[in-house]
Write a protein that binds this ligand. Structure first.
Ligand code: DQA
Length: 150
């Protein structure tokens, strides 16, 4: 049996990692973050695909596609976390379980980041651990899907 498939979806401005607000974000690039996710997935016995988009509609389409094709989603919707009813509604119409991740802790930043339109429609949220937010999310997903040794 092939390893479970997990899609990691990243939203706007995460393409700028490595040259974005060093006080909030790690120095690594998005390509390096994708590589971290792939390596963590491999160590956990998961197949990981990573996608990033700047566009709200494209993020909705990625959620539809991978929410049907993958066994679980890890999503950092970035700024759309705080604004997008469309992203929220997309998460509500896919079967795959979803972990929401953030590199920083949005609740500890500007007040407008405390509005989170996704938190109550995802199964879990992890924030504030930098790159480890993604590693922890993948570990949590591994637990949801079983340890692979059953
Ligand atoms: C972010 C936090 C959001 O508030 C922000 O808009 C981002 C990144 C994070 O990973 O910490 O773009 O999702």
């Amino acid at each position: 049996m092939s390893a479970p498939l997990v899609a990691v979806l990243n939203g706007p401005n995460l393409s700028r990692l490595g040259r974005r607000e060093a006080e909030h974000y790690p120095a690594l690039t998005l390509a390096q973050l994708d590589a971290v996710c792939a390596a963590e997935g491999e160590a956990l016995g998961l197949r990981v695909v990573c996608h990033q988009t700047e566009a709200e509609g494209e993020l909705v389409a990625l959620i539809h596609r991978w929410g049907d094709e993958a066994d679980a989603l890890v999503i950092n919707a970035a700024a759309y976390t705080h604004t997008s009813v469309a992203v929220r509604d997309a998460l509500l119409c896919v079967a795959a379980p979803v972990v929401e991740v953030h590199l920083s802790n949005p609740d500890a930043r500007e007040p407008f980041r405390r509005q989170n339109l996704l938190r109550d429609v995802v199964r879990a949220s992890i924030c504030g651990f930098g790159v480890d937010s993604y590693r922890l999310a993948l570990r949590g997903v591994r637990g949801w899907l079983g340890d692979g040794n059953a």
